[in-house]
Each structure stands twice: as C-alpha cells, then as structure tokens.
Design a protein around this ligand. Sequence first.
Ligand SMILES: NC(=O)C1=CN([C@@H]2O[C@H](COP(=O)(O)OP(=O)(O)OC[C@H]3O[C@@H](n4cnc5c(N)ncnc54)[C@H](O)[C@@H]3O)[C@@H](O)[C@H]2O)[C@H](O)CC1
Ligand SMILES: [K+]
Length: 509
Amino acid sequence: MKILSADQTHAADQATIKTDRISSLDLMERAATALADWLMNRLSPSEAGEAHVLCGPGNNGGDGLVLARLLHLAGYAVRVWLLPADKRSADCQANLDRLPANIPQAEVAEDALPTLPDGTLVVDALFGTGLSRPLEGVAAALVRHLHKAKARVLAVDIPSGLFTDAPQPADSVIVRAYHTVSFELPKLAFLLPHNAEYVGQWHLVPIGLDAKFLAKAKVEHYFVDAAFVAGKLPRRAMFSHKGMYGHALLLAGSNGKMGACVLATRACLRSGVGLLTVRTPGIGYDVLQTTAPEAMALVDPNQDHLTELPALKSYDAVGMGPGMGQEDATRVVLEQLLREAGEQQLALVLDADALNLLGTHRELLDLLPPDTVLTPHPKEFERLTEPARDDYHRLELLRNFCQKYRCYCVLKGAYTCLGTPDGPLYFNSTGSPGMASGGSGDALTGVLTALRAQSKHLSPLDACLLSIYAHGRAGTLAAEALGEASSLAHDLIEKLGLAFQELTAPEEW
Ligand SMILES: NC(=O)C1=CN([C@@H]2O[C@H](COP(=O)(O)OP(=O)(O)OC[C@H]3O[C@@H](n4cnc5c(N)ncnc54)[C@H](O)[C@@H]3O)[C@@H](O)[C@H]2O)[C@H](O)CC1
Ligand SMILES: [K+]
C-alpha cells in the first residue's frame, strides 16, 4: 500500500472527483459515511452516549458535520462544537447549513469550553491534512482542555495538531486519540514511535479513491500489508531438491551466547533454506548438533569466539552477528568476510555484534558488498550513523545510509522500516509487542539469511520484504497462542511455517 504525502492526498481527492464525476461534497459524504459506519458498528447509541463532535473550519470539520448528521439520523445523541472561523471551506459551510436544527450547536471560546464528563465520546474533526502550522489560540485551548478530560477520543483522519508527514515543534499541542479513523491509506505520521501517544489505534476505511491515480503516484514510502506481499513467495516445484533453495552459512555464537546462534539457526532452517552450515566457536558444537540436527556444524579452532573465516565458495548467502561478541579476532573475520563476499558477490546479512563492530570501525562500511542487508535496532543504527534529532531525521539518516552504501537496512521496532539502495522506505505492518524480548532479532537474521540464499527465486528487495513480514506475522501468531508477555523467540520460530504458508503464491494454471 502506498503512503501519500498531504499534497498527494489532496490530488487523489481531485482525481477521484474527476474520474467518478462526483462533486467534492459527494466525496465528503462518502468519506463521512464510511466513518459513521465504522463508529456505528462499534458503539450502539446507548454505548456512545452523547457524542461531542468538534468541528474545524476546513474539510476535516466538514467530515465532522456530516458524521454528526448521520449519527443523529441513526438515533445517536449528538452535540456539535464549532471552532470560531472567519471563513469555512465551501463543503464545510454546506454541511453546516445542512445540519439538522435539532442538533445542539455552539461556538467554542477560551471561556466557553465543552463540559466533558468522564467517558464522553468526543469526535475530533478540528483539522486534518490541511493543517499548516501548530495549533494556537482557541484550538490549542480546546485540545488542552481535552487532555484534562477523561474522554473517549476518536480522531477523524488524523489527530488535530499532528502534521501528516513532517517534523513539528516539540511543544505542539496535539489531540491524544484513542482511535484514529483515516481514509483509504495510512499516513506517515502514524508509523513513527513518537506519535503513538496521539494516534492511538488507527484504522482505515475505504472511500474509493481513484485506483489509476494511486497506481501511478510516485511515492517514497510504502506500507507492507498482506496484499503487498501476497504471492511473492514462489511455490516449490514437485521435483525440487535441496540444491534449488540455496546453501546458507551462519557465523554466530560465543561463550555464553550460544542461544542467539541456535535461534538464528532454527529460524533459518524454518525459512526454506536448502542447506545450512553454521560456524561457531568450539564451545558451540554439542549445543548446535543437539538443538539443530538439520544444520551442519563447522567449528572454529577457538573455543570461545570466532577467529577464522571458512572458505566461502559453496555458499549462496552468509549471515553474521548473533551472539558473536566483539573480540578483535572476530573483527578481522568480519573484515575478511566483507572483502571476500564483495569479490564473490555473495549475499550478506549483518546483525548484532557484526553491526557493533561496524559502528566502532566505520571504515569497514566502505567494504559492504552491494545489496548487503543490515538489521540494526535504533541504538545500533545510531552507532552506524549519528543520533537522530527526531523520527523524521532518523528516516532521513536511513535513506541516506542505504543510498550511500547501496545496502538494505532493516530498522527494527514497531512498524520495522526497511531502507533500500534506491531510496524508498517500506514500513512493515505485522508484529506484536510480544516480540520485544531477547532473541527475536536473532530469529530475523536467520529468516533473512535463508531468503537471501534463495536468490534464484527472490530479488533482494522481495527477500527483505517477505522476511520482515513473515517474522512479524509469526510473532503475532505466537503472541495470540501464548500471550504477549510469554511468547518467546523460539515460539515465533515455530510459527514461521504458518506465516510463510499465508504468503505462498497460489497454484497457477
Ligand atoms: N481523501 C481524503 O482523505 C478525503 C479527505 N477529506 C477530509 O479533508 C481533510 C482536509 O481538508 P482541508 O480543508 O484541506 O484541511 P483541514 O480541514 O485540515 O483544515 C484546513 C483549514 O484550516 C486552516 N489551518 C491550517 N492550519 C491551521 C492552524 N494551525 N490553525 C488554524 N487554522 C489552520 C487552513 O488554512 C484551512 O482553512 C482531510 O483531513 C479529511 O478529513 C474529505 O472530506 C474527503 C476525502
Ligand atoms: K482531526
């Protein structure tokens, strides 16, 4: 799914109006009807109580006024509060004129703010994508008043005061919604960690935006949902053999951290790789042979950490990092790997201590072979670049980093963001707070290494998209089975099979 900028959203509206030969007022009616249906499906009139609809001067306010009318006609108690305005948008004014006379309406003032008993349903239709500066005056006073009330807040399209796709002053006054219902496509602002407290749970309702316009729109951001990855994973042919699905090498583990190596190994095996060899220090041999008999163990001469790079010629992809430690000798192995993988055009996946070593020896970054996949969490990413001023700056750093080093970078977190060598950023839709525990990242390294080893079937981009999607989906399935707090990385690994099944291409004629 594409993520449009505020300007593109406006252009999509105009294209839809033209293609569908409708007026902008009709499109507003469509949007607000979809919103009303969403609300009415969730709350009966008695559960909703008296809904207070706060309406601004633009089309977001217009949506609020249509919603108020539709709720009223369906038997809900409604009250409208208007922001004072010299001028309203034409469609907002038209819907104000259409508002049934028996819906109470009043203008808000700093000394005339709505009384909101605990639990009141408040619909925030003050400002949407047309917001051009932070809230001030009466609007800011109203939102501050809302912060003090214990209301159930539903934001229309986007919480008022929040910019759609740009950074804003830290002291901006922004509505804190419980639910945000947006039209058709998500907004970039919804996917950024600092905005979670404003956006709450967000939902999309379809409004029939012009499909041709959307197909053509050039965007910098994508939301990777089920439809986006559907069918990307090829089916296995009947006469398959293990040589067709790649031979992966994992370099992982050290004394006391063999668990990370085992998790990456098992995740790699569960992700369709044809063959897997694991290079571990001597201490890992028994552990690995017992916990992952399908993998071949190739032990390093050193007992405790990695000191030698094995010959690489039999492998299609190499994953390095989980539980590996940052010994000097291991750094030399990393450097050698980068040089040799570059010469042999081997697919690389670098995680954890491999990233930390890159962070402390940044000159090694110049050796990254093209299409290398790095999987930092935000702190590891900072070590590779610089501290980010805010969420938008972090995205800019990510984009620049991937373009500079021609690499893929999986910035891990809620809505994991994949940076790509060509610039676009891909936000993952799957995942669960249950994945915020040790080992989830090691599992991702295993999945990515397996899919990169299957390069006969998958482009680097598709391998990354499928990996992050399936990994997140498996995390959700594990959390659904065991609860968010109790599901562990190895539970996620056991669910990878189901996640991949959901992604496999349908049989073709
Ligand atoms: N496809 C869709 O998404 C549809 C969206 N709709 C809704 O329309 C709004 C966008 O409407 P627009 O009129 O462009 O903007 P706003 O309502 O957000 O308000 C603009 C209005 O407010 C002034 N303004 C901007 N910032 C401030 C400020 N800080 N303080 C005071 N005033 C401000 C600005 O000058 C304008 O006058 C979208 O979010 C949807 O809710 C359509 O209904 C249909 C399809
Ligand atoms: K709003």
